[in-house]
Write a protein that binds this ligand. Structure first.
Ligand SMILES: Cc1ncc(COP(=O)(O)O)c(C=O)c1O
Length: 395
């Protein structure tokens, strides 16, 4: 049998830099690779596997649904998506949901809502302000929103009328916001851009600015939403309500799903014919999402995210005192970063060798986005490995 790596390299476009590891299976918060090596997974498929691997309730719900129907067109009504929308709306400030399949598409939905809203305001009101160093996905609208040239430069011309402000700098947003602006889109916690947490005053200031100037405020919660920061939506950690939010990653515990939730005019502006998705709101993905949401809302998972997240941060801070190579430790809930004074790549590789799966954010940040079911014991296990790696690197 041809090696998976050779098969991949021969037949799949080379768009990913992959670790030399093939995933065989997972259980709880552990992964086994093709060579039988076990890893403690602090990546969760990049903030996706909320409940880890082999969650029996998810498997039961998915199996029951697939025995009924695996897909149906959005030309018909489908119970699982209606129920997931109900849970999202009844536990948030939002009034309506649009389902799609990924984070990028959820952001495209916000962009389309913003642009159509702009048309209701008047001529030439199409400017969307996003943040430098942000990340919103890889479709052309989403890379335009992404304030990082490296994702954009090969694909110009981009969508017109985007402007980029400094994250956590209200004045820089104020300087760009004018009568031509229809929306401001921001990640409450920047993930790919290096794990930067928005200050409360910044998001409060954006809300005020948007209210004063009749601009829509959109939160990209694709990575930081669905329990990641310790509240169902990241906006709830701040007490600042956006007009719309994008979500995806953790919503269906690894099955593809994306959603844009909105309130007020943002929730009604798209009408039949304006927007659609063949797979959006897939019943099997929604069956899984319902389990995830119920466990977050009714179980003690959110509490676990808060306490285990705080514990992870405090243990990493202790390591930072021991190893000055760790310049900063920051995060919210179980979305945590440790910024190094050297590129994080080699340290991450050494952690992988010792059985801890982590990823980077930007070039110098070690990112921790584990399944939300991890315990303090798992944190201890991870910290022990990082301690060993940094100790050896120091020698
Ligand atoms: C904040 C944010 N927005 C959007 C995306 C894009 O999501 P997807 O890869 O599902 O399109 C990501 C992915 O990392 C993300 O972190």
């Amino acid at each position: 049998m041809t090696d998976t790596k050779d098969l991949t390299n021969k037949y799949i476009m080379g768009t990913y830099n992959r670790f030399d590891t093939e995933i065989e299976n997972g259980n709880g918060v552990y992964i086994i690779d093709g060579k039988g090596k076990k890893y403690l997974d602090f990546t969760a498929g990049i903030a996706v596997n909320t409940l880890g691997y082999i969650d029996r309730d998810c498997i039961k719900a998915i199996t029951e649904q697939i025995e009924k129907y695996n897909h149906c067109s959005n030309l018909y009504y489908s119970r699982p998506q209606a129920e997931v929308a109900e849970i999202l709306v009844e536990n948030s400030c939002f009034e309506k949901v649009f389902f799609c399949n990924s984070g990028a598409e959820a952001n495209e939905t916000m962009i389309k809502i913003a642009r159509k809203f702009g048309k209701t305001k008047g001529e030439n009101c199409s400017k969307i302000i996003t943040m430098k160093n942000s990340f919103h996905g890889r479709t052309t609208g989403a890379i335009t929103a992404t304030g990082q040239e490296k994702y954009q430069k090969s694909f110009t011309p981009l969508l017109p009328d985007f402007a980029y402000a400094e994250f956590n700098n209200l004045q820089s947003v104020e300087a760009l916001a004018d009568e031509h602006t229809c929306a401001i889109i921001v990640e409450p916690v920047q993930g790919e851009g290096g794990l930067h947490v928005a200050k409360k005053e910044f998001l409060q200031g954006l809300r005020k600015l948007c209210d004063e100037k009749n601009i829509l405020l959109g939160f990209d919660e694709v990575q930081c939403g669905i329990g990641r920061t310790g509240t169902l939506f990241a906006y709830q950690s701040y007490g600042v309500e956006p007009d719309m939010a994008a979500m995806a990653k953790g919503l269906a515990n690894g099955l593809p799903i994306g959603a844009c939730a909105a309130k007020g005019i943002a929730s009604t502006i798209l009408v039949a014919g304006d927007h659609a998705s063949t797979f959006g709101g897939n019943p099997v993905s929604c069956a899984s999402a319902k389990v995830v949401l119920n466990k977050l809302i009714k179980g003690n998972l959110l509490e676990n995210v808060k306490t285990t997240g705080e514990y992870l941060i405090s243990e990493l801070k202790k390591l930072a005192q021991k190893y000055p190579v760790i310049k900063d430790v920051r995060g919210l809930g179980l979305m945590v970063g440790a910024e190094l004074s050297v590129p994080a790549k080699d340290i991450i590789k050494k952690c992988m060798d010792k059985g801890l799966m982590i990823i980077g954010a930007g070039t110098h940040v070690m990112r921790f986005v584990p399944p939300m079911i991890i315990t303090k014991d798992h944190v201890d296990e991870a910290i022990k490995i990082i301690d060993e790696v940094l100790g050896e690197t120091n020698e």
